[in-house]
Design a protein around this ligand. Structure first.
Ligand code: ATP
Length: 342
């Protein structure tokens, strides 16, 4: 249960049934390299037609291989990069084009936990300064010393000793540094936290501690997370829902158990089985191939679904080109023509 007596608890239970985050038809395009001098830059479609809802107090796990668009989606929600198509609705407000004061306010409500606790903390700042900085920047305190009590409370929340406040980050282990990063992210009482691979730079032995801490904080403060990860076991542990990204497309989204126990999309099945095929003759050659084995251009012959190479639903012969992201039942969504829709 959310402890509303805690002063870092989320204090906006406006309409609990309304998703805190709704993303509709989101697209993000980057300018790539120019094909010829002075020519127009090549367009990189990093995300296309991403749609989902995230309920308050829940965790959405975002999974996908390298380059699938996970961080881009996180940054688009944080409004740190321009959106090419679609909308992002946070707490009922369309934030797709926010600027100025509204954007500044948004940076309080949505915070980021970084992947690498070694590079994300300024080595010249003491822990007190690191955690108090956002409070100072947003005018919540007028000096670092004024923030000492609040920062002390944050240290308690992340299970770090108070005497850590006057030390520099290099004196801490990776797990402790990530706790400092989490305390800094909590300082402004955010309602949504984007955690971009928050444990992948840590020793396997401390990953579970940090993930468990994040779960405890979710309970205590009523936080909502978007949790980005490669590691499928970590995502399974922390997420309520899981979305699978592949080459900028969301191919499947469902609650955790449905994704792991009854995946629908061919690519999700490949990702979950993830057993490398040593024999090149037997390797899949299209979009189902793991990134390391995939040729730069797809070499599936003829028109048809780009996942047909690993699909058992149509005997591998689906001729329809663009599979829709459609509801299949019980909140299970999949980008495939052959899942049954309701
Ligand atoms: N600033 C940028 N300019 C141009 N292309 C970019 C930019 N940022 C990301 N991309 C491209 O967008 C695609 C998605 O990248 P993104 O970093 O979101 O993937 P990811 O799933 O987070 O990968 P990883 O797991 O390796 O972090 C990639 O093709 C990447 O090269």
């Amino acid at each position: 249960m959310t402890d509303q007596s805690n002063r870092f608890a989320t204090d906006h239970p406006v309409a609990p049934e309304m998703p805190i985050l709704s993303v509709r038809g989101l697209g993000v395009t980057f300018d790539g390299e120019r094909e010829r001098p002075f020519g127009p830059p090549k367009k990189i479609q990093a995300l296309e037609n991403i749609t989902f809802d995230l309920a308050r107090g829940k965790t959405l796990g975002l999974v996908g291989e390298s380059g699938s668009g996970k961080s881009t989606l996180g940054r688009a929600i944080l409004r740190r990069l321009p959106i090419s198509d679609g909308r992002v609705i946070f707490d009922g407000k369309d934030i797709s084009n926010v600027k100025g004061e509204a954007l500044r306010r948004l940076t309080r409500d949505i915070q980021l936990i970084f992947q690498d606790p070694y590079t994300s903390l300024n080595p010249r700042m003491k822990v007190l300064e690191l955690i108090a900085e956002p409070l100072l920047v947003h005018g919540i305190v007028s000096s670092i010393e004024e923030a000492r009590d609040q920062v002390g409370e944050l240290m308690r929340l992340v299970n770090l000793p108070l005497d850590a406040l006057d030390r520099f980050p290099h004196g801490f282990s990776g797990g402790q540094r990530q706790r400092i990063g989490i305390a800094r992210a909590l300082a402004l009482k955010p309602r949504l936290i984007i955690a971009d691979e928050p444990v992948s730079a840590l020793d396997v032995s401390v990953r579970a501690q940090v993930v468990n801490l994040m779960q405890d904080l979710q309970q205590e403060l009523g936080l909502t997370y978007v949790f980005i990860a490669h590691d499928l076991s970590v995502v399974r542990h922390i997420s309520h829902d899981i979305a699978i990204l592949h080459r900028g497309h969301m191919v499947e989204m469902a609650d955790r158990d449905a994704i792991y126990e009854a995946p629908e999309h061919p690519y999700t099945k490949v990702l979950l089985s993830a057993v490398p095929e040593p024999d090149p003759a037997l390797r899949r050659n299209g979009d189902c191939a793991p990134a390391a084995h995939r040729p730069p251009e797809l070499n599936l012959a003829g028109p048809g679904c780009r996942y047909r190479d690993c699909c058992d639903k149509s005997g591998g012969h689906c001729q329809r080109e663009a599979p829709p992201f459609a509801r299949h039942g019980g909140g299970h969504w999949a980008a495939c023509w052959h899942v049954s829709t309701d």
